[in-house]
Ligand binder design. Structure first.
Ligand SMILES: *Cc1c(COP(=O)(O)O)cnc(C)c1O
Length: 494
């Protein structure tokens, strides 16, 4: 199967090339030329299989230039003992028809592990095919979660090096500690004096600096990207929706062929897009419900057809969804409306910060997608209520999804069994969760808050977070934003 660019229909490349390149030269994103199909028989055959076998089966339909042996080693390496739950992505019913898909059992306790544990492996295999022997250098600018998940994913993966820059005052104490204690021979972390935008701009400049690229090439190295527009991050996310459906059959909650709803707390539109692809493959899905926090740009788009990023930016207690440009939406638009229109809308977005889709496109999107948003107060109220009534502790991002789902259900009366993607451990966003449950502000330090949350809820803090306290800090460096390239050269020893 070949891959095309959302902005240029003449592009036709293999999945290895798509994963190695990350983004198309025309600025578009890579998409499969045709979504492979999944029959009810195919689904039935996966019900008794492990997550690893489900993943091999589904990914094999998309990554057709990977051999079965290559896929096997990528999948087995990714979804093994680094996950704290044998089911990898377990499904838990918390009340009638409301099933939580727990995507935070990986080493950094956030859903980004589901993709970033496998991407480095896919990338090394792909790069061996298309750029033989070149060492892959990953640079990440992070405001917290992505940096840590990428470090864990790439650590000690052969023929790769990873360097993460974070803004010195722009990450939480827990996130900083998670990164600065990172283990592995091929990793490095540096603070920069500046904010997240400075880090991001610095990384982009290094990526596109011809003299730096040439210097890497002389040393048989090349930059690659681990960000969420890479097809190698999206494809693994399709797997867990199909896996969740299989689990619901296995648990006797649905029969094969019954429709489900899927609700996803959304930022860059990657996670919910994966659910859309699962539906396009043939997974029986009624509605995809897109949940946002106060940065409700997607709710507005999905209810009016106009995307407008010219708006106030809110800093919320669900920070991984504080996004005004949802890059992966471009793939949905391509799927519904094609290259020509996508190019026009993306040009409008670049020039004016907004675009409006035509009535036909809007109708097609509305058939599948529902949307809603909630603010921090509603998010906290849901955390408290879900814990009180269902004895289930959810994190802030998941609580946004639960809130939006419940109001959808109330508004429509639609009682189709629902899968809600849960994207982080509650202990990762401990302050907000603790304050929600206790109903008052907390003045404890990070680790005391973790202890307190465990004590009053009876929930267990995941080991990777609990163990941080005793981990040795390895990275203490902080550079000026003008000196980021120097830090890169130092790390690479060139
Ligand atoms: C990244 C992230 C999201 C948003 O996912 P998208 O794929 O960007 O929509 C939601 N919750 C958490 C905890 C995240 O880390």
């Amino acid at each position: 199967m070949k891959y095309r660019s959302t902005r240029d229909s003449s592009v036709s490349i293999t999945s290895s090339e798509a994963i190695t390149k990350g983004i198309s030269a025309d600025g578009g994103l890579f998409v499969p030329e045709k979504i492979p199909s999944l029959t009810l028989d195919d689904i039935n055959a996966l019900v008794s299989e492990s997550y690893i076998n489900r993943a091999k089966n589904i990914l094999g339909r998309f990554l057709t230039d990977f051999t079965a042996k290559e896929l096997d080693s990528c999948v087995t390496g990714a979804y093994g003992e680094r996950f704290s739950d044998k089911k990898i992505a377990p499904v838990v019913e918390i009340k009638d028809g409301m099933n939580i898909l727990e995507l935070f059992k990986g080493p950094t306790c956030a859903f980004k592990d589901m993709a970033l544990q496998i991407l480095p492996r896919l990338l090394t295999v792909a790069s061996n095919k298309v750029a033989h022997g070149t060492k892959i250098v990953i640079l990440v600018a992070t405001s917290g979660d992505t940096g840590k998940a990428a470090l864990e994913g790439f650590r000690d993966v052969e023929n790769t090096q990873i360097l993460v820059f974070y803004p010195s005052d722009g990450v939480s104490p827990m996130q900083k500690l998670q990164m600065c204690t990172q283990e592995g021979e091929n990793v490095a972390v540096s603070a920069i004096r500046g904010n997240f935008d400075d880090a991001q701009t610095g990384v982009k400049q290094i990526f596109t600096d011809d003299s730096i690229i040439a210097k890497l090439a002389e040393n048989n190295m090349a930059f690659s990207s681990a960000n969420s527009i890479n097809w190698g991050r999206l494809a693994p996310q399709i797997v867990y929706y199909i896996s969740a459906y299989c689990d619901l059959i296995e648990q006797g909650k649905i029969n094969c062929g019954d429709k489900i709803n899927i609700t996803v707390p959304t930022g860059n539109f990657g996670n919910i897009l994966a659910a859309y692809y699962a539906k396009e493959m043939g997974l029986p899905v009624n509605k995809l419900i897109c949940a946002s926090n106060s940065n409700s740009v997607l709710t507005d788009f999905l209810t009016t057809g106009t995307y407008d990023r010219n708006r106030k930016f809110y800093t919320t207690i669900s920070p991984s969804m504080d996004i005004l440009i949802s890059s992966n939406l471009e793939r949905l638009l391509y799927s519904v409306a094609g290259t020509k229109k996508v190019k026009e809308w993306m040009q409008n977005l670049k020039n004016t910060g907004k675009y409006t889709v035509d009535a036909d496109t809007f109708a097609k999107i509305s058939e599948v997608f529902e949307a809603g948003f909630c603010d921090d107060d509603a998010t906290k109220a849901t955390i408290a209520k879900t814990f009180r009534e269902n004895n289930y502790l959810c994190d802030t991002h998941t609580a946004v999804a639960v809130t939006v789902y419940e109001s959808y259900r109330e508004r429509t009366g639609d009682s189709t069994p629902t899968v809600i993607a849960s994207t982080a451990s509650p202990f990762k966003f401990c302050r907000a969760v603790l304050e929600a449950v206790e109903g008052k502000a907390s003045n404890l330090d990070e680790f005391d808050m973790v202890g307190r949350l465990a004590e009053i809820t009876g929930a267990e803090c995941p080991a990777p977070l609990a163990n941080l306290r005793d981990k040795q800090v390895r990275f203490t460096g902080c550079c000026e934003k003008e000196n980021m390239a120097g830090v890169v050269f130092d790390m690479l020893g060139i």
